[in-house]
Write a protein that binds this ligand. Structure first.
Ligand code: PGA
Length: 260
């Protein structure tokens, strides 16, 4: 069984560094030192420094929510992977649907960012997923395959094995609608099969594929129990320490029980 990985995507929240520190402190206290389930938090970049200081001595990873593909230069408003690493980041979310759809980020840009992240040793969390219209038109697998083809281009099997994928159906993000475990598992299985065909069985079996979209403490255990769901990328519920820790606990329970 792949180690489960729960990551909190705080998006553009909370609004003060004080609140970010308080949330990080509560998550740190609740996670403790046990590392059987991988945990990371991804605060807004202006709070990374504060949160890094809080997380010192804890196994919790620190992720940014985006980066530029260039190492430096005239890119107003952007941050390089090296800067993020310098401030304590271990992870970076790439290609979140709110950036793909809201900011027109392309697979080619995500791919450039991915190669830059891997090049300096940041663990990328690459997001993929279909919109409601695409699902209703029965295009889910084609959309996900297209995003993987573009975003993951040029990776070696070894590089692929270190990438975390997050399957996030856009219609389930922040809406309270969650894919059922069997709907999610069906797409995760498709993703695993696609990875097998492109990178080989051994690599595909190593890739951690998170599910994201309204994951909550009360639906986490069932989702995480599915054979190809290896964790969760959590938005709204990661802003309340008790909810996020409830999801981490669900991952621990699934880990203790094992999967079929
Ligand atoms: P949500 O967000 O948990 O609030 O649906 C998930 C995400 O966008 O990563």
């Amino acid at each position: 069984m792949r180690p489960l990985f729960i990551a909190g995507n705080w998006k553009m929240n909370p609004s003060t560094s004080e609140a970010a520190v308080a949330l990080a402190e509560a998550v740190k206290a609740g996670v403790g030192t046990s590392a059987e389930v991988r945990v990371a938090v991804c605060p807004p970049s202006v709070f990374l420094h504060h949160v890094d200081a809080v997380l010192s001595g804890s196994p919790i990873g620190l992720g940014a929510q985006n980066m530029h593909w260039k190492p430096d230069g005239a890119y107003t408003g952007e941050l390089s992977g090296a800067m993020l690493q310098d401030i304590g980041c271990t992870h970076v979310i790439l290609g979140h649907s709110e950036r793909r759809h809201g900011l027109h980020e392309t697979d080619a840009q995500i791919n450039a960012k991915l190669h830059a992240a891997i090049g300096i040793g940041l663990i990328p969390i690459v997001c993929i997923g279909e919109t409601l219209e695409e699902r209703q038109a029965d295009q889910t697998n084609d959309v996900v395959a297209g995003q993987m083809t573009g975003s993951l281009a040029g990776l070696s099997p070894e590089q692929m094995a270190g990438v975390v994928l997050a399957y996030e159906p856009v219609w389930a993000i922040g809406t309270g609608l969650t894919a059922t475990p069997s709907q999610a598992q069906a797409v995760h299985e498709f993703i695993r099969d696609w990875l097998t065909s492109k990178f080989g069985e051994a690599t595909a079996q190593r890739v951690v594929v998170q599910y994201g979209g309204s994951v909550k403490p009360d639906n986490a255990a069932e989702l995480l129990g599915a054979p190809d769901i290896d964790g969760a990328l959590v938005g709204g519920a990661s802003l309340k320490a008790a909810d996020f820790l409830g999801i981490v606990q669900a991952a621990r329970d699934v880990t203790a029980k094992g999967k079929p």
